[in-house]
Design a protein around this ligand. Structure first.
Ligand code: F6P
Length: 352
């Protein structure tokens, strides 16, 4: 058997751990040949690949990023000048002699993989994203590592907040879902957590900061990049034409600072955590999860269960049909127990 593997979308801690697990499991359990496709689906068009033997994946478990490279705008199904490039990609896969392609990525990657499956290239998906926003899986690898970065950043911002009596705002990633801000904010002891799922009331946020000012306390705010004030739209940093996910969010922390500053005595400052959340070595949890996902993907390949994405449900590895995941996202539900926990602790969620 000959198996291709690629990593698509943004990089994320744990990608290399998946590449390693898929390669080692397929090699040890069925002597399969594994080929890495470079830079996501772009590699199928640019005809760039390389063999992956156990020696090629030695020592990469703890390495951030992806040894294969990735691409977050390439979609071979995008129609340009009246035609797409899927046939060219499929021709290269056939030329390589791939029996199955393992695609590791987020919702955009799963959507493209699903379309290749419909066009006759057997595919298996592995859910990756620091945003933790893929449906039918309670965790994606990379999320735990991002949360750890947010928690550490908040710990560090807290010392300045205390020393200067400031309101310190930390803006997290997460796109349209608040998972990183919610778990990172709780882990870092944020006093106010603002999520895309709960549009905030500026006056309510200011009132919470003033209460703390009056008690001589600083305020730590953790805001998701997709959060927005009631009646306002998203804060968009840039729009990438031709990307499956064209809006790049960013800047809402600064916007909140401008809204709050006139209403407060304390100085308000903002830190955008940005790509630090996607970088560096995966946490031990993510190394294990990525390894489990990679092993599970190898089982789907071995048993011919194509068109499925590996998933974590009730703590166990399972799989779901790709068509139930493709192009969809999972947001924080308004009755999520962590929201109740936050409220119970007096954490402000932006409501009056
Ligand atoms: O989906 C992962 C993610 O890091 C989002 O949280 C963020 O909005 C986006 O990717 C940033 O993408 P880029 O690296 O292209 O700016």
């Amino acid at each position: 058997m000959h198996v291709g593997i690629l990593t698509g979308g943004g990089d994320c801690p744990g990608l290399n751990a998946v590449i390693r697990a898929v390669t080692l499991a397929l090699h040890h359990e069925c002597g399969a040949r594994v080929t890495g496709i470079e830079r996501g689906f772009h590699g199928l068009l640019a005809r760039r690949s390389r063999p992956l033997a156990p020696a090629d994946v030695a020592g990469i478990l703890a390495e951030g990023g992806t040894i294969l490279g990735t691409h977050n705008t390439c979609d071979p199904f995008r129609v340009q000048d009246g035609q797409d490039q899927a046939d060219a990609a499929l021709a290269y896969a056939r030329e390589l002699g791939l029996d199955v392609l393992v695609a590791v990525g987020g919702d955009g990657t799963m959507a493209i993989a699903h379309r290749f499956g419909q066009r006759g290239l057997p595919v298996v998906g592995v859910p990756k994203t620091i945003d933790n926003d893929l449906p039918h899986t309670e965790r994606t690898f990379g999320f735990d590592s991002a949360v750890a970065v947010v928690a550490e950043a908040l710990d560090r911002l807290a010392t300045t907040a205390r020393s200067h009596g400031r309101v310190m705002i930390a803006e997290t990633m997460g796109r349209y879902a608040g998972w990183i801000a919610l778990e990172g904010g709780l882990a870092g002891g944020a006093d106010i957590i603002l999520l895309p799922e709960l549009p905030y009331d500026v006056q309510a946020v200011a009132a919470r900061c003033r209460e703390r000012e009056a008690a001589g306390l600083p305020t730590l705010v953790c805001i998701a990049e997709g959060a927005h004030a009631q009646g306002e739209g998203l804060t968009v940093r840039e729009t990438l034409a031709h990307s499956p996910d064209p809006l790049r969010l960013g800047g809402v922390g600064q916007r909140l600072q401008q809204q709050l500053q006139p209403l407060l005595q304390s100085e308000v400052r903002t830190t955008v955590l940005g790509h630090t959340q996607r970088g560096g070595t995966p946490t031990a949890f993510d190394r294990v999860l990525a390894t489990r996902f990679g092993y599970e993907a190898a089982q789907l390949v071995k048993t011919g269960q194509h068109g499925r994405m590996v998933a974590l449900q009730s703590g166990a590895c399972t799989s779901v049909p790709l068509n139930e995941v493709a192009g969809r996202t999972r947001r924080v539900s308004l009755d999520h127990p962590l929201l109740q926990t936050a409220r119970g602790l007096g954490v402000g969620l932006g409501a009056a």
